[in-house]
Design a protein around this ligand. Structure first.
Ligand code: MLT
Length: 411
């Protein structure tokens, strides 16, 4: 019987996606220990409810949808003007960044955007990622056929891995060679470290000198507490000709289940054809977005818009502050245990070396079995993550306090 051909790039993928694998181990443990009170500090998923301003705005939008005169069908694929304008002025122009309303493309998630953006790039680009890295950047390049096979350590041919480690403060160094595409994430997932203006400036200069494109993932920018640290790559001069930025409402407004994000594609950013002709990436992304995507719901977009109102800002800021306080407790608790944590100051993630040189997965298993605490094994983010774990600060306060007490008994 004839069968359709598959995308064989998927067969190159080394392991299952990290978070489902963690979920599988936790399910297995829970099924054999039904009495265990498991505290989940693995996946970075919010726990606190939506803020009142968002709930009110979404309620109003639902009511509008129930009345013929204000009912809406398909909206613009790129997002309603009211939201694109609130984003461009609230997140960018207010910070002195030149971003036009129509350079904002609203979507249902940064994970999807980071993956989908590859549709508009060619397959021969040399891609650089930091190691450890948010696995989506790597796996989507594998799926798109932009890499070779993986080696014994799980790294893929053709990708340039920029090693981040305790020596460089878990801030990936600039590549020694020329690369075409660079993924940067600041505040960083998984290490929780953050790039200052000087370092981000070095990256923009590198990208401009080498005609590279930076994919700047700023999903956690709301967690920056020091105003001298850039929230957007467009705060750096020249970034409009070399960078695309990804932003999300997930961790800012607690929308991991609601789904909303956006991508900024400046009209000044160009790529080239094999024949050497320059092409605006904006036009390609517009074509891709309007062809493959139908936008997110009006109700959700009104919820997003509400986060830019005075009350919405105040309320969402309080949520972020709550998680940051959790991060502080985790950081300080781990330090008291004699461990040396990274991150957790401008980010909801704390990154820490396992005690006694344990491997990431064995310490994961130990924390699950002996403390009933779920973490994320650092090796799931790449070779340089081996020997580390990540703890997420997205949790209720009593869970964080309880988890720290239990961890202290195990290390
Ligand atoms: C994480 O835990 O790394 C994040 O929740 C992943 C994501 O945002 O997709």
């Amino acid at each position: 019987m004839p069968m359709a051909y598959i995308n064989e790039n998927f067969l190159k993928l080394k392991a299952g996606y990290l978070f489902p694998e963690i979920a599988r181990r936790v399910r297995e443990y829970a099924s054999t220990h039904p009495e265990a009170k498991i505290i989940r500090m693995g996946i970075g998923d919010v726990t606190e409810p939506l803020v009142p301003s968002v709930v009110d705005a979404m309620h109003r939008a639902v009511s509008e949808m129930g009345v013929r005169e204000t009912f809406r069908g398909y909206g613009p694929e790129q997002g309603y003007d009211f939201l694109r304008s609130a984003i461009a002025s609230g997140d960018f122009r207010s910070r002195g960044c030149e971003v036009a309303d129509d350079e904002i493309f609203v979507s249902d998630g940064s994970k999807c955007d980071c993956a989908n953006i590859l549709d508009i790039l060619g397959g021969d680009n040399v891609v650089a990622v930091s190691d450890p890295v948010y696995p989506v950047y790597v796996d989507t390049n594998v799926m798109a056929g932009h890499t070779g096979e993986s080696d014994a350590s799980g790294e893929y041919g053709g990708i340039v891995y920029l090693r981040a480690n305790a020596e460089n403060g878990f801030l990936a160094p600039l590549p020694r060679e020329r690369v075409d595409v660079i993924y940067l994430c600041s505040p960083n997932n998984p290490t929780g470290t953050v790039m200052d203006r000087k370092l981000l400036g070095d990256w923009v200069r590198y990208a401009r000198e080498h005609d590279s494109i930076i994919f700047f993932d700023a999903a956690y920018e709301a967690y920056i507490t020091d105003d001298s640290i850039p929230h957007s790559i467009y705060e750096i001069e020249g970034a409009r000709t070399c960078a695309i930025e990804f932003r999300s409402f997930s961790k800012t407004a607690g929308f991991t289940g609601i789904r909303a994000a956006y991508t900024v594609v400046p009209k000044t950013l160009e790529g080239r054809t094999r024949g050497g002709k320059s092409v605006r990436l904006y036009d390609l992304w517009m074509r891709r977005h309007t062809t493959k995507f139908n936008g997110i719901s009006y109700i959700v977009q009104r919820g997003c818009e509400a986060t830019y109102s005075e009350s919405g800002r105040r309320e969402t800021k309080a949520r972020v502050a709550f998680y940051l306080e959790n991060a502080r407790l985790i950081r300080e608790g781990l330090s008291r245990m004699g461990l040396k944590p990274f991150g957790g100051v401008h980010a909801p993630y704390v990154w820490v070396q396992t005690p006694g040189g344990a491997s990431s997965w064995s310490f994961f298993d130990r924390l699950l079995n002996e403390a009933q605490v779920v973490c994320t094994p650092g090796s799931g983010f790449g070779r340089s993550g081996e020997g580390y774990i990540r703890l997420s600060a997205f949790n209720g306060r009593s869970n964080v306090e309880e988890a720290l007490g239990r961890i202290a008994r195990v290390v």
